[in-house]
Design a protein around this ligand. Structure first.
Ligand SMILES: NC(=O)C1=CN([C@@H]2O[C@H](COP(=O)(O)OP(=O)(O)OC[C@H]3O[C@@H](n4cnc5c(N)ncnc54)[C@H](OP(=O)(O)O)[C@@H]3O)[C@@H](O)[C@H]2O)C=CC1
Ligand SMILES: CCCCC/C=C\CC(=O)/C=C/C=C/C=C\[C@@H](O)CCCC(=O)O
Length: 332
């Protein structure tokens, strides 16, 4: 059995380039006792791949939904589907990772999907879904009637957070980079307003949509746009810092505190960052709640599916340039 894999050839500097990676082949050894052979069906494309430390020479990191092709493990049977952190590769031989260390995403068998797509455990029913569920509810602690701003609002995490905010009875404003994204989140997902940061004045529009000020800000983007949003927050506002994608491709790094301390002091704001990994002990609680909301038709999703393993890197570039709506997935 030959596996294909994307190997990191050099560290990403600035916007990633094709010369940063290389597709290689690897001859896999026979499966031995306790091991399984899994074939990638879907590969997850996520922004953290751009900034998470990775070693040159290693397979590019990432989650997969994979089908068990051969098993000498009592835990997985041939034909089972699992979620695993195997990276950008077509075939993997491994042993079941039944206990999740603190710094890892869990590996598990996919069950109870009914007729839902098998890709969802990489999106709304997986890491990004739990990022939205726990990171919004536990950190922003939204109350009915409050005003919530979500940036990256047509992406996997942002579109999910906005819908949870609606379920909780909030007014929701989504920040997006195109009109089609804005129409999707307002007309189909129920956000109250969208603001297109590429062609509208963010501050003026925020004041129009939320003259009362903002109670909760779910931050996916960081940078100057987030500074503007934070400057319109109300007293005792809460900010969940999920990501800062506007800074990921900068060559200069990102180690300056925003010059917003005045707003934090005068409005008694709270800001907390987190990683989805914090919530690994409650992983299946988040998945069960998100699945319940999907079945109740309270939570909708979209996926941008790119076909073909060879197109995995292009899918990553497209995500970083905002070409996706909802979750970006490679169908291997
Ligand atoms: N803390 C955690 O544990 C986790 C954090 N994250 C973070 O959550 C965020 C969203 O992730 P995810 O939902 O997977 O990705 P998305 O599906 O939201 O895709 C990324 C989106 O970011 C937007 N974007 C790209 N560049 C910029 C920019 N310069 N300014 C503003 N927006 C930009 C684009 O939308 P547009 O067209 O609107 O610009 C793009 O579609 C990321 O910051 C990610 O790193 C994700 C998972 C876990
Ligand atoms: C410097 C470390 C990366 C920080 C990324 C920052 C914030 C945004 C973000 O996108 C976070 C994503 C978190 C994802 C969860 C898990 C990953 O870290 C993969 C874990 C790798 C593993 O070994 O399992």
């Amino acid at each position: 059995m030959k596996a294909k894999k994307f190997v990191l050839k050099q560290q990403f500097v600035g916007f990633p380039k094709y010369s940063d990676v290389e597709i290689m082949e690897e001859e896999l050894p026979p499966v031995t006792d306790g091991e399984f052979l899994a074939e990638a069906v879907f590969i997850s494309i996520d922004p953290f791949i751009r900034i998470h430390p990775q070693e040159v020479g290693n397979v590019v990191m990432g989650q997969q939904v994979a089908r068990i092709l051969e098993s000498k493990s009592e835990h997985y049977a041939v034909g089972n589907y699992i979620v695993g952190f195997f990276g950008w590769r077509t075939h993997t031989i491994s042993t079941p990772q039944l206990i999740t260390p603190d710094h890892r995403l869990p590996e598990y068998l996919i069950k109870d999907m009914d007729d839902l797509p098998l890709s969802l455990p990489l999106g709304i029913l997986g890491m990004p879904g739990n990022t939205a569920y726990f990171g919004f509810l536990d950190i922003c602690k939204p109350k009915e009637g409050e005003t919530v701003v979500v940036s990256g609002a047509a992406g996997t995490v942002g579109s999910h957070v906005g819908q949870i905010a609606k379920i909780k009875g909030c007014k929701v404003i989504g920040i997006v980079g195109s009109e089609s994204k804005g129409k999707w989140i307002t007309e189909e997902l129920g956000f109250n307003y969208y603001i297109n940061y590429k062609n509208q004045n963010l501050k003026e529009e925020l004041i129009k949509c939320a003259p009362e000020g903002i109670d909760c800000y779910f931050d996916n983007i960081g940078g100057d746009l987030s500074s503007t949003i934070i400057s319109t927050m109300k007293r005792f506002g809460r900010i969940s810092v999920c990501g800062f994608i506007s800074q990921y491709n900068l060559e200069s790094g990102f180690d300056k505190a925003p010059a917003l301390q005045g707003y934090f002091v005068s409005n008694c704001l709270q800001m907390q960052g987190y990683s989805a990994l914090l919530f690994v002990p409650r992983w299946h609680e988040g998945i069960a709640q998100n699945l319940k909301w999907i079945k109740e038709k309270k939570l909708k999703y979209r996926e941008t599916i790119i076909e073909g393993f060879e197109n995995t890197f292009q899918a990553f570039l497209d995500l970083l340039s905002g070409k996706n709506i909802g979750k970006t997935i490679v169908k291997v």
